[in-house]
Every structure is written in structure tokens, then in C-alpha cells.
Ligand binder design. Structure first.
Ligand SMILES: Cc1ncc(Cc2c([C@H](C)O)sc(CCOP(=O)(O)OP(=O)(O)O)c2C)c(N)n1
Ligand SMILES: [Mg+2]
Length: 541
């Protein structure tokens, strides 16, 4: 076995199911092994940001490792933004970059694709990954790979592996996966007892579940725990979709001032808020009418649990949940305040009225009621806020890091990873960035349904700075371009046309279906409207 095969087997043994990538001369030998070994399927795309977003989405949807393989310099540095987003949103992404071999590195020449020094790329990736390795020694390579892949899964964060091109075929032992460390039993017991003591003493305890519950596959255990505790549970924006069908006392998604006021009050007035795997970010909490009182908050995230000013280090979320389940054996007194679960809009009136983002949510809810759920990939823009009004279904979106360009490649990553036909929601500005990756659907048999929210505008920016003319975008006629990319496109102006286009799109398989929904400038979703007015109100304080 050579170093490449050892790496590929290790990736699969750690949960990788596919590789997305774009080769270059520093990576060609490795890509040759990927293609000829068949250990993992390879999907090449057109631009490295798309590679990173697709691999990130694949990791999110199948809960294993996402893998993005690129060439050195121009390729890897092109992918910094998606990897930074994966780091921020705790996605277990493995970046594998080709690199110059030992001989050429000592040539004394400046190599093509080199930025500052030959170590610059490694240094840049150190800032957006939780562990790194350069495989320049076949004896240490198996242990290096084992360590880095274990870090990726333990932290649920990206890692970086640099593979010099002269090492690709060197003989190498197989990788022995590392067993995860067990937490200190006494510390775990004390931590669980203290959490329960606080919850039992509280008048209005609330549980908020976030991204780590999904990343570490804890959804069913957390649902069981919340049911036994009898405490209302909400999700963060990144945790949206969790516990949807689990029978837990789910009240909905907490969105601060942008969300349902009952849910906002429940969370913000709680005297014991248990945050399970929730990232304390401005998009989760910044748009809150009140700051969350951290003295009354219990946070389990990033392998530590903090209760007010107490901190328990090295306690993984899974261990906390299991320890609490051991202690809470029966369904507690029903302390769930009777909050009606959110009612999602449906029953679109298919008339000649112009299309609003809320109409799109309504039409999608109708579609899923009729044809069953579809996994959704949403880009940054009002399309993501609109997604908050779509009923329970798998959703991948840059809800915290908030980068544009995520939607289309992430939708392709979803279909590659789970085989289901995805729905992609993307604004016209974001489509200009990575929408062209749809041109790769035909090669791989992908056929997403894509709804472009075309308001001829960077509308989110306009809401904050309406006086700036640069927020106006030109009319690119996206629907007219679809056939050249291998799909079908239709432009719709009215709710009736939107409804009809969705019915048609569902019937057509084997080619992507692009619905270009023309939305008047200045028309926002209710959620975005609340978000913007909340931000403006809070910024005036
Ligand atoms: C890669 C990238 N570049 C720039 C931004 C800033 C930005 C937004 C956020 C605030 O950072 S929202 C927005 C406009 C989005 O336009 P479009 O996709 O058409 O969606 P909509 O018209 O619904 O706003 C930009 C440029 C971003 N989030 N990500
Ligand atoms: Mg727009």
C-alpha cells in the first residue's frame, strides 16, 4: 500500500463517502490514485470555492467527514473562505492539498503557485483548521493521518493535510484509527449533577440545541432527554430542523428579535438556559432584545461545560447527554409552557400577484406537503431568512458565518452525499458567484430544483444602506442560460407562474430545474424584515 491509498482507506474508515476536488500539477499524481483506486468516488467541480462548499455540505448531511482535494497555492488558497466557514460552523472537513516535492523545494527557485514561502499555505491553513499534517515521511505518515482525522471528528472542525507530490506513491503502512479519549468519570458525574440541580431549581428552564447536536449525531438522545426532562426546547439557527419529528417538546427556532416573540421571551427570560452544542454568535444571539444572562446559562460546547462561573474542561457533549440520560429516567413533570409549535405558511394563492419571498416559502411548503420533503441548501441572502418559514426538513445554510456562494455547490454536495434531489435557494447576487457549478450536474446525474430569488439587487445590503446605488444588480437572465448548462430554466413573475413552475420542475428528473423568481426590489421576507428592524433598533440603543 502507498501513502495515497493508506490516506484514502483511512478517510473512508473515518466516515468519508466521497471526494470533491480540482487537480493541478502538484496534485495530479494523487488524483490519479483517487480515480484508479476507486476507494472513494471523485467529483470534480469548476472552482475551488464550490469544492469547499460541496464537501462541507456533504459532511453536514451524512454526519461523516467531507473531503476537499486541491492543488497547491492557486487551488488551496482559492478555498480559504469555504474552509473558514466550515471552521466557524463546526463542519468536519478534510482539506488535502498537493504540494511541491522535496527536491524542487530545495531547488532555490521560486516555484509556481508559491506565495511568500513554501510554508505560507500551511501557516494560512493553521488559522482555519483544528489540526494539520505534512506527509513528507512515510514512517510517521500513518500516525499523522490518524491524529489529524481523529481531531477532525473530535472537534468537528476542518483539518489540513499537505501531500507533496513526490510522496504519493511511497510505500506506507495502513492507518490505525485512534480511540477517542474518555472523559474523567468523577468530573462528568459532578458536572451532570450540577446541571440537573440547576434545572430542577429553576422556575422556567429551557433547552436550546445547536450545531454540535447535529454534528455529533446526538439528535435522538437529546430528543429523549428533553422529553424526559419535560422542558421546552428550541433550536438555534444552525440547529434548525433538529428534533423536528422526535416527539420532543420542541417550540421552534430561536431568532432573537427576528423570530417568534413567544419563543424569544421563553429563551431570554429563562432562569436556567441549557445550551447544548450552541455557538454563541451574533446571528444566534446578537439580534436579541436582551443579552442572555450567562450567570444563569449552562453551556456545553467545544468539549467543555460552563455553568455560570464554573467550568468543566474536557467533557464532550455526547458524554454530558449520556450522563444526564442516566440520571433522568422517567418523563418529568410537564413543565413545557404550552407554546403552539410554529405554523408554516401553506396554501399559496396562485394568482397574478407579484412574488414575495414569503410566497416562495408558502409554495415550497405546498410542494413538500404534496410530494414529500426535500433536503434544502440555502445561500446567504433573503433566501436564507425565507427558509426559516419552510417546514421541517434537512437544511444546510451558512447561518452563522454568512458567506455567499454556499447554496448551489452545497446543493450539489447534498445530492452527491445522500442521493436525494435537493432544493436550492439562492439570491441573484450569490448565484453570480457560484451558480455556474450547475454546469457539472449532467456529468454526475444531479438534478436539483433551484429557485433564484432575483430582485436584481444585493437586497440585504440595501436594507441597511438604501442610498447606495452599487446595490443595484443588472438583469443576467439566468433562466435563459440554464439549457446551455444542461438544465431547464423558466422565469416567473406571478404567484400562479411560480406554482406552475414548481409543479413542472418536480415532474422533470435527470436535469436541473432552474426557476428564476422575479421579486420586486425592496420586498423582503417577514423574517428578514424583523431581523433588519431589530438590528436597527438595537443599534440605536
Ligand atoms: C462571499 C460574500 N461576499 C459578500 C458578502 C456580503 C453580503 C451579505 C451579508 C450581509 O454579509 S448579503 C449580500 C447581498 C446578497 O445578495 P443576493 O444574493 O442577491 O441576496 P439578497 O438580494 O436576498 O440580499 C452581500 C454582498 C457575503 N456575505 N459573502
Ligand atoms: Mg438579490
Amino acid at each position: 500500500m502507498n501513502i495515497s491509498e493508506s490516506l484514502l482507506h483511512a478517510l473512508r474508515d473515518h466516515g468519508a463517502r466521497e471526494i470533491f476536488g480540482i487537480p493541478g500539477d502538484f496534485a495530479l499524481p494523487f488524483f490519479k490514485v483517487i480515480e484508479e483506486s476507486g476507494i472513494l468516488p471523485l467529483y470534480t467541480l469548476s472552482h475551488e470555492p464550490g469544492v469547499g462548499f460541496a464537501a462541507d455540505a456533504a459532511a453536514r448531511i451524512h454526519g461523516g467527514l467531507g473531503v476537499a482535494a486541491v492543488t497547491y497555492g492557486a487551488g488551496a488558497l482559492n478555498m480559504v473562505n469555504p474552509v473558514a466557514g466550515a471552521f466557524a460552523e463546526k463542519s468536519p472537513l478534510v482539506v488535502i492539498s498537493g504540494a511541491p516535492g522535496a527536491g524542487e523545494s530545495k531547488s532555490g527557485l521560486l516555484l509556481h503557485h508559491q506565495a511568500k514561502t513554501l510554508d505560507s499555505q500551511f501557516a494560512i491553513y493553521r488559522e482555519i483548521t483544528c489540526d494539520q499534517a505534512r506527509l513528507d515521511d512515510a514512517h510517521s505518515a500513518p500516525d499523522e493521518i490518524a491524529r489529524v482525522l481523529a481531531s477532525c471528528l473530535r472537534e468537528s472542525r476542518p483539518v489540513y493535510i499537505e501531500l507533496p507530490r513526490d510522496m504519493v506513491g511511497v510505500a506506507c503502512e495502513p492507518v490505525q484509527p485512534l480511540a477517542p479519549d474518555a472523559p474523567d468519570a468523577e468530573a462528568l458525574a459532578a458536572c451532570a449533577d450540577e446541571i440537573l440541580a440547576r434545572l430542577n431549581a429553576a422556575h422556567s428552564p429551557v433547552v436550546l440545541v445547536g450545531v454540535e447536536v447535529r454534528r455529533f449525531g446526538l439528535e435522538s438522545r437529546v430528543a429523549e432527554l428533553c422529553t424526559r426532562l419535560g422542558i421546552p426546547v428550541a433550536t438555534s439557527i444552525l440547529g434548525r430542523g433538529l428534533l423536528a419529528d422526535a416527539g420532543a417538546p420542541l417550540v421552534g427556532t430561536y431568532l432573537g428579535v427576528a423570530g417568534d416573540t413567544q419563543i424569544t421571551e421563553l429563551v431570554e427570560q429563562s432562569d436556567a438556559l441549557l445550551l447544548l452544542g450552541v455557538v454563541l454568535s451574533d446571528t444566534n444571539f446578537g439580534v436579541s432584545s436582551r443579552q442572555i444572562d450567562m450567570r444563569k446559562t449552562i453551556q456545553a460546547l467545544d468539549h467543555r461545560v460552563s455553568l455560570g462561573y464554573h467550568v468543566y474542561p474536557d467533557i464532550p457533549l455526547a458524554s454530558v447527554v449520556d450522563a444526564l440520560l442516566e440520571r433522568v429516567t422517567d418523563t418529568g413533570k410537564a413543565r413545557t409552557r404550552t407554546i403552539q409549535p410554529p405554523a408554516y405558511p401553506h396554501g399559496l394563492v396562485a394568482d397574478d400577484a407579484p412574488i414575495t419571498p414569503n410566497d416562495i416559502a408558502c409554495a415550497i411548503n405546498d410542494l413538500m406537503l404534496e410530494h414529500g420533503r426535500m433536503p434544502i441548501a440555502a445561500d446567504m441572502g433573503d433566501c436564507m431568512f425565507t427558509a426559516m418559514d419552510i417546514g421541517p426538513t434537512a437544511l444546510v445554510a451558512p447561518g452563522y458565518y454568512a458567506t455567499m456562494g454556499f447554496g448551489v455547490p452545497a446543493g450539489l454536495g447534498l445530492q452527491a452525499a445522500c442521493g436525494e434531489r435537493p432544493l436550492i435557494l439562492v439570491g441573484d447576487g450569490a448565484f453570480q458567484m457560484t451558480g455556474w457549478e450547475l454546469g457539472n450536474c449532467r456529468r454526475f446525474g444531479w438534478d436539483p430544483i433551484v429557485i433564484v430569488f432575483n430582485n436584481l439587487s444585493w437586497e440585504m445590503l440595501r436594507t441597511f444602506q438604501p442610498e447606495s446605488g452599487f446595490n443595484n444588480l443588472d438583469d443576467w437572465q439566468f433562466a435563459a442560460m440554464a439549457s446551455g448548462l444542461g438544465g431547464d430554466g423558466v422565469r416567473v413573475h406571478s404567484r400562479a407562474e411560480l406554482s406552475a413552475a414548481l409543479v413542472q420542475a418536480v415532474k422533470r428528473r435527470g436535469r436541473f430545474q432552474l426557476i428564476e423568481a422575479m421579486i420586486p426590489r425592496g420586498v423582503l421576507s417577514d423574517t428578514l424584515n424583523r431581523f433588519v428592524s431589530g438590528v436597527k433598533r438595537l443599534s440605536r440603543k
